[in-house]
Write a protein that binds this ligand. Structure first.
Ligand code: F6R
Length: 576
């Protein structure tokens, strides 16, 4: 949540920061701003809305910091946009995170005569630094850090210097190492054009960069060795490559992701009696499919928990438990907190994580990296596919069985070829303000994921239910006005789902079925149909997960929604 970037070097900072911000926009896009140093003064410019709004005002300077915001404290307005400067405009900061004790700090600073220009929590940081500065910026920052309660990654600069100081506690911060230039960023994608050499800053570390030097120390000021890593992403992964949206590109990349994921070795020590999966959103739905698969194939009980609930639950886990955290970003604050709690309780932790070296991947005992590559669209698609493949492999490994999924590759291609058909269907249905999604068994998590995709990118209200649950209440919603997307594949509960569809049809509800190729029976009942290729029952999610986001994508595109950056959302949810 919120993206920050800093540059100091021999080039003009403005374009580098702006391009970096555009890549960080997935982290929030409520406002954006830049500050740079020129002629020993801080130039700054910030605006409500997208990064593109900054383009008209070019700021000179070879050292600068920038921010793209996901609003937490204070509305998305110009005055609440970062960077923040102190009253004498000597220092500027950008911050990602939440200063939880900001009210108390604000009161104290106000009482000492400080004037606040925003409603944010972040602004206290710059005023605290100004108050504590006695000639050395690093010392001033070290002095104020113990006063900040909450999560943060922030960058600060001073008007007459080319140094940038950064500090991290809970939010991501990465150093990029260049030639006669260095960077600080929330995410590697923002600097990948300039360098592949990075240092992942840990919690409770402070960083000082100048064009020629990089230093890392702990919060007591003790110098630490530099742990330089090489990133193997490339720029193409961060570009749309002819697709209208990243989301569509990423849906199409699922076949490659599937193939890459098949190569991931999935072997863990089987020394546990129970599994608990913790995750949020789409990753949670992948976990739900994982639960079905592991329980069915390996006969091991799997408890599934939404990470934000688990963390406050006093969970009954101990050293005999394996806690699996699933996360694309590896930065989700709730999932990270769930991992920490699991560790405190003595459980063994395993991460199924996409972003290499992300915080969760570094904190878990073991990690299996998914091979989805860089996912930019805020709505997760290819990462979900990658998570599913790993969970299937894990289920089969735990059962001591071999699995060969390669034959599914061509079925995935077939499912992708449904794009045009689905687009037409979206034309027919995009104007409905409400949708129901139903499915039973393995198809229920798919219904949840389909509904989540539709609501998050097209702003259409969509609710998912286990099909058998409709009669316990939700069926009263059924009418001509609310179409139902029914996932009714030819599996062991096909007839049951079909009966549930009949119940909807008997009440004049429109039904679009996601059905198995060759199923003529269902065609006579439903209004519209999307056929997917037949596969073994347990593997249907790997195919069915292609048309569902495609439908959501086309509905959102027809409605002219900002598909890759839906309102109110951010890709990396680093606040509670
Ligand atoms: C939905 C979506 C979110 C994420 C959730 C967890 O399309 O992307 O629901 O799945 O915020 O994020 P990660 O996987 O990064 O922990």
């Amino acid at each position: 949540m919120c993206g920050i970037i800093g540059y100091t070097g021999d080039k003009e900072a403005y374009n580098i920061l702006l391009e970096g911000l555009e890549r960080l926009e997935y982290r929030g896009y409520d406002s954006a701003g830049i500050a740079s140093i020129h002629n020993n003064t801080i130039q700054h410019h910030k605006k409500k809305g997208r990064v593109a709004n900054l383009k008209l005002t070019v700021l000179p300077g070879k050292t600068g910091i920038a921010h793209t915001r996901w609003a937490t404290h204070g509305k998305p307005e110009d005055k609440n946009a970062h960077p923040f400067v102190d009253e004498t405009e000597e220092f500027a900061i950008v911050h990602n995170g939440i200063v939880e004790n900001y009210l108390e700090l604000k009161e104290e600073l106000r009482n000492s005569g400080v004037f606040f220009s925003s409603d944010t929590d972040s602004e206290v940081i710059v005023h605290l630094i100004a108050k504590n500065y006695t000639g050395n910026l690093q010392e001033a920052v070290l002095k104020i850090l113990p006063r900040l309660i909450g999560a943060y990654a922030f960058c600060v600069l001073k008007k007459d210097s080319n140094e940038i100081i950064g500090a991290r506690n809970g939010s991501p911060l990465i150093i990029g190492l260049g030639k006669k230039e260095n960077f600080l960023t929330s995410d590697v994608s923002a600097i990948i054009e300039h360098t592949h050499k990075v240092i992942y800053v840990n919690d409770f570390e402070l960083v000082r960069i100048t064009p020629f030097s990089v230093e890392v120390c702990d919060f007591n000021g003790t110098q630490k060795p530099l742990d330089i890593k090489e990133v193997n992403w490339n720029l193409e992964q961060a570009q749309k490559q002819g697709y209208k949206h990243f989301m569509l590109k990423e849906i199409y990349e699922q076949q490659q992701v599937f193939l890459d994921s098949l190569k991931v070795p999935v072997k863990i020590e089987k020394s546990f009696s129970r599994i608990t999966i913790v995750a949020c959103g789409t990753a949670y739905y992948a976990g739900l499919i994982g639960k079905y698969v592991i329980e069915r194939i390996a006969k091991i009980p799997v408890n599934l928990e939404i990470a934000s609930e688990f963390r406050y639950k006093e969970p009954l886990i101990n050293k005999d438990d394996l806690v699996i955290a699933i996360s694309q970003s590896g930065e989700t604050a709730d999932t990270l907190a769930a991992v920490r709690l699991a560790k405190q309780n003595g459980a063994r932790t395993l991460g199924i994580i996409n972003v290499i070296n992300s915080t969760i991947s570094r904190e878990v005992d073991e990690v299996i990296y998914t091979r989805a590559g860089l996912e930019t669209g805020v709505a997760s698609t290819k990462a979900f596919m990658a998570q599913l493949v790993i969970l299937y492999k894990l289920g089969f490994f735990l059962a001591g069985k071999e699995i060969d999924l390669t034959s599914l590759t061509e079925k995935i291609t077939q499912a992708l070829s449904l794009n045009e058909e689905i687009k037409q269907l979206a034309q027919q249905y995009y104007h409905y303000p409400n949708f129901l999604y139903i499915g039973r068994n393995l198809n229920y998590p798919l219904a949840l994921e389909g509904a989540l995709k539709l609501k998050e990118i097209s702003y259409i209200h969509a609710e998912a239910y286990p099909a058998g649950e409709l009669k316990h209440g939700p069926i009263s919603l059924v009418s001509e006005e609310i179409p139902t997307i029914a996932i009714c594949l030819q599996d062991s509960i096909y007839e049951k789902t079909l009966s549930n569809i009949q119940e909807i049809k008997a009440r004049n509800g429109k039904v679009i079925a996601l059905a198995t190729e060759g199923d003529k029976q269902i065609k006579q009942i439903v209004d519209d149909i999307i056929y997917i290729p037949k596969v073994e029952e347990i593997f249907y999610p790997l195919i069915a997960i292609i048309p569902l986001p495609l439908f959501a994508y086309h509905v959102a595109d027809i409605k002219d929604c900002d598909v890759d950056k839906p309102r109110n959302l951010a890709k990396s949810v680093t606040v509670e």
